[in-house]
Write a protein that binds this ligand. Structure first.
Ligand code: KIV
Length: 277
C-alpha cells in the first residue's frame, strides 16, 4: 500500500477529527531517528512523524543530557534521516543555544534545519518562547512546541524532573504550564510536546488547546504519543517509568556479535561457501 506523505495540515486535521469522533485511531505517533537506516525502519512502521531529537546526545553521543548537542550536529543528523526519504513528517530539533539568544537567532537556526531536509522544527519553552515561535512561523517554517519537562532546562530543574506538580505560576508550575500551552498555540505552533507532567494536567491542556498535544510521560489522554527509538527497541539500559521496551534488540545484538566472535575463534566463519574462488 502506498502511504501518503504526512504533512503539517494533515497533523492538524487529526486533532479536529479526533475531537469530533473521539477516535483512538486518529492518535498521532512520533518516533525519533538519527540516521538513514533507522529512519527507513521507523518509516516502514507507518509512524506519522519522525523526530530527529536532540536526544541524539544521550542515545548516540553518550553524553549525560542534551545541553552539549550543537546545531551543526543536528544539521548532520537531519541530513542523514532525510536521505531515507521518509513518508513521515520530518521534524528537526533545535538544540540548546541555537534559539535562546533572540528570535532572529531562532529563525536563522530553523532555516538551517529546513535546508538540511526537515519539514518543521521543534523547540522547547512556552511563554518565554512566544516571540521566537511567532518569528519562525512567520517565515513559513512550521514549529512544534515542547513544554513541561524540557531537557534543555536541565540546570533550572535540577535534573530531569516531572513538572506541573506545584500549584503555582513559577516556571514548571501547574498554572504556568497552562499559560505555556496557550502561548505556544497563540504563537502559531502546529503541535506541542507535553513531557513529564501529570496525566490529569496533560488531559486538561489537551482539551483546552486547538493544536495536537503529543505526550511523553504525560499519560494516555494526549492527541499523540512519542518515544525515543532506542528505548522502544530496548537498546538503552535505563528503565524509566514513562517508557517501554517493545523489543529487546540489545540482547539480540549482543547475541549476534557473540556468535560472530565465537565462530571466528572456532574456525567456523568464514566458510568455503562465503569465500571467493
Ligand atoms: O529529543 C527528543 O527525543 C525529544 C523527545 C523526547 C520529545 O525531544
Amino acid at each position: 500500500m502506498i502511504r501518503q506523505r504526512v504533512t503539517v495540515p494533515s497533523i492538524l486535521e487529526r486533532k479536529m477529527s479526533r475531537s469530533a469522533e473521539q477516535n483512538a485511531a486518529q492518535r498521532i505517533t512520533m518516533i525519533t531517528a538519527y540516521d538513514a537506516t533507522f529512519a527507513s525502519i521507523v518509516d516502514e512502521s507507518g509512524v506519522d512523524i519522525i523526530l530527529v531529537g536532540d536526544s541524539v546526545g544521550s542515545v548516540v553521543q553518550g553524553v549525560a543530557n542534551t545541553i552539549p548537542v550543537t546545531l551543526e550536529e543536528m544539521e548532520y543528523h537531519v541530513r542523514l534521516v532525510s536521505r531515507a526519504n521518509p513518508r513521515a513528517l520530518l521534524v528537526g530539533d533545535l538544540p540548546f543555544g541555537s534559539y535562546q539568544v533572540n528570535s532572529e537567532q531562532g529563525v536563522r537556526s530553523a532555516i538551517r534545519l529546513i535546508k538540511a531536509g526537515a519539514s518543521a522544527v521543534k523547540l522547547e519553552g512556552g511563554v518565554n518562547m512566544f516571540d521566537t515561535i511567532s518569528a519562525i512561523s512567520r517565515v513559513d517554517i512550521p514549529v512544534m512546541g515542547h513544554i513541561g519537562l524540557t531537557p534543555q532546562s536541565y540546570h533550572r530543574m535540577g535534573g530531569h524532573r516531572v513538572q506541573g506538580r506545584a500549584d503555582n505560576r513559577e516556571a514548571g508550575g501547574r498554572e504556568r504550564l497552562f499559560e505555556d500551552a496557550h502561548s505556544v498555540e497563540q504563537a502559531g505552533a502546529f503541535a506541542v510536546v507535553l513531557e513529564g507532567i501529570p496525566r490529569q494536567l496533560a488531559q486538561e491542556i489537551t482539551q483546552k488547546v486547538s493544536i495536537p498535544t503529543i505526550g511523553i510521560g504525560a499519560g494516555p489522554d494526549c492527541d499523540g504519543q512519542v518515544l525515543v527509538l532506542h528505548d522502544i527497541l530496548g537498546l538503552t539500559t535505563h528503565e524509566l517509568k514513562f517508557t517501554r521496551q517493545f523489543a529487546d534488540i540489545r540482547t539480540a545484538s549482543i547475541d549476534a556479535c557473540t556468535a560472530f566472535v565465537q565462530e571466528v575463534r572456532s574456525g567456523q566463519w568464514p566458510d568455503d561457501a562465503h569465500s571467493f574462488h
